[in-house]
Design a protein around this ligand. Structure first.
Ligand SMILES: [Zn+2]
Length: 466
């Protein structure tokens, strides 16, 4: 995510700490071979496949239908329950009697639901029997979504509806346990594994509906259209609905860009965004690995001042002004967040710093003195590898300064340390090695160290990458 005003994104990166102490205190347990130890704690459930059918009301404010998700138990230990995250409730929580949560789930089949937790953003479903390693199961439920009345990634702008983070998603359990982090109200707390989606949206034909994935449309009941979107290898699914104007272009590199904009968005801004999107999606494809999703939707509004812009797989929501938007930053997130996933709560720098670095590099900004220009660290406790919990705990003012600015500057410094060709090789290899997977700070440090004979220990210390 980003904003022109950068208003917006810890605890120590817990992953590295916890990985050192996986055993309970006491007598040392017999060591598992590394592959077995990893398998025991493999991120699970994985390989999710979502099948969703939703029907909209007359103006796209309410969507209701059925969602099925199948999944595999990747861990060696039996899977007894799954957690579903309802991130759309992050702001409104459990609602009030007269105003229920924006995202509601009911009619669960394939398991037994427990009461909602974490501000009504987490739903545990107990499976009818333990799921063995490698086996698949599925759950289904009714979903009712009401788009909140605020300008937001899950919100509205006049006649336009934005449904980012609206669809329930499977949570992750791994070596650190269950990921039940809260939505802290800024930045992102999300962490999901890549999966496949087939989402059928039945909506009034007057509504244009951009969505993650490749979308085909057919006539529905009189006055209605059925849009079917298929996406593979994505961590989330977002859509929008409204009387958007639209234009499609194909980049020289073969990526189809679909631009959608609201009536008040400036044509100059749309043109600037399209130009920068064409240039950056192809450049990042050459630099980090070819964009894998075929098409990319740009959803633009000039009314997102108080929110900013936001990345979703195959769809970016942009606050577009006459001079353009953060489109290049958000497109960079297709690689750093989308293709290479990360736990956005534990390690926000792994997507934000990388997206901002790629953005600054695309625009050929002079970063030679970025470290000096930014002054000292904002506090003794600031570090690039802090989690969202740290920022939410009275340190929000450090978030943008550290995660976006110091983080991108650290990566420019790393490029100066390694040299341009080595940095390019490092990033290309890092993306390839974690393609549609999840990377950690340790993974990146290991890859960087392998790219140079220099000892990067002092570099990590100086840049507070722990
Ligand atoms: Zn961002």
């Amino acid at each position: 995510m980003t904003s022109h005003r950068f208003w917006h994104a810890t605890t120590l990166a817990l992953s590295a700490v916890l990985l050192l102490v996986p055993q309970a205190a006491g007598a040392p347990a017999p060591a598992d071979p590394p592959d077995r130890a990893a398998a025991l704690r493999a991120a699970t459930p994985d390989r999710p496949s979502y099948d969703v059918a939703l029907r909209a009301d007359g103006d796209g404010s309410r969507w209701a239908g059925r969602q099925t998700v199948s999944f595999r138990n990747a861990a060696r230990t039996p899977l007894r329950s799954i957690d579903v995250r309802l991130w759309g409730n992050g702001t409104d929580g459990c609602g009030t009697p007269g105003s229920p949560s924006p995202v509601r789930v009911s009619g669960v089949a394939g398991g037994t639901p427990r009461p909602l937790t974490v501000g009504c953003t987490a739903l545990r479903i107990d499976l009818p029997e333990p799921l063995p390693h490698g086996a698949r199961a599925s759950v289904s439920f009714d979903v009712a979504i009401t788009v909140p009345d605020r300008v937001h990634r899950f919100g509205r702008d006049g006649a336009y509806r934005f449904l980012g983070n609206a669809l329930p998603l499977l949570s992750v359990r791994d070596a650190q346990g269950r990921h039940l982090d809260p939505d802290v109200g800024f930045g992102e707390s999300f962490h999901t594994l890549a999966g496949d989606f087939r989402v059928v949206l039945d909506h009034p034909s007057a509504l244009v509906v951009p969505a993650t994935g490749t979308t085909t449309r057919r006539a529905g009941a009189p006055g209605r259209t059925v849009s079917t979107s298929v996406a593979r290898g994505v961590r989330d699914f977002a859509w929008a609905a409204g009387p958007f104007a639209s234009k499609a272009v194909t980049t020289p590199g073969g990526v189809r860009l679909n631009a959608y904009w609201t009536a008040t968005t400036s044509p100059e801004g749309v043109a600037v965004d399209l130009r920068d999107a064409v240039g950056s999606v192809d450049e990042f494809g050459r630099r980090f690995g070819r964009y894998p999703y075929g098409e990319l939707d740009l959803v633009m509004s000039d009314d997102l001042d108080d929110f900013g812009s936001m990345e979703f797989p195959g769809l970016v929501l942009l606050w577009t002004e006459p001079e353009g938007s953060a489109v290049v930053h958000e497109i960079a997130h297709q690689w750093f967040y989308g293709i290479v996933g990360n736990d956005q709560f534990a390690s926000p720098w792994l997507d934000e710093s990388f997206a901002q670095y790629a953005n600054e590099r695309y625009y050929r900004l002079d970063t030679a003195t970025c470290w000096d220009d930014q002054g000292m660290w904002p506090s003794d406790t600031a570090a690039l590898t802090r989690s969202m919990g740290y920022y939410a705990d009275g340190r929000r003012s450090e978030y943008v300064r550290v995660v976006y600015r110091r983080g991108s500057c650290a990566l420019h410094d790393l490029e100066r340390t390694l040299g341009g060709p080595s940095m390019a090789g490092l990033l290309r290899g890092y993306v390839r090695d974690h393609w549609l997977g999840v990377a950690t700070t340790e993974d990146f440090k290991r890859a960087a160290q392998a790219a140079t004979p220099k000892d990067l220990g002092p570099f990590w210390t100086e840049h507070r990458i722990r």
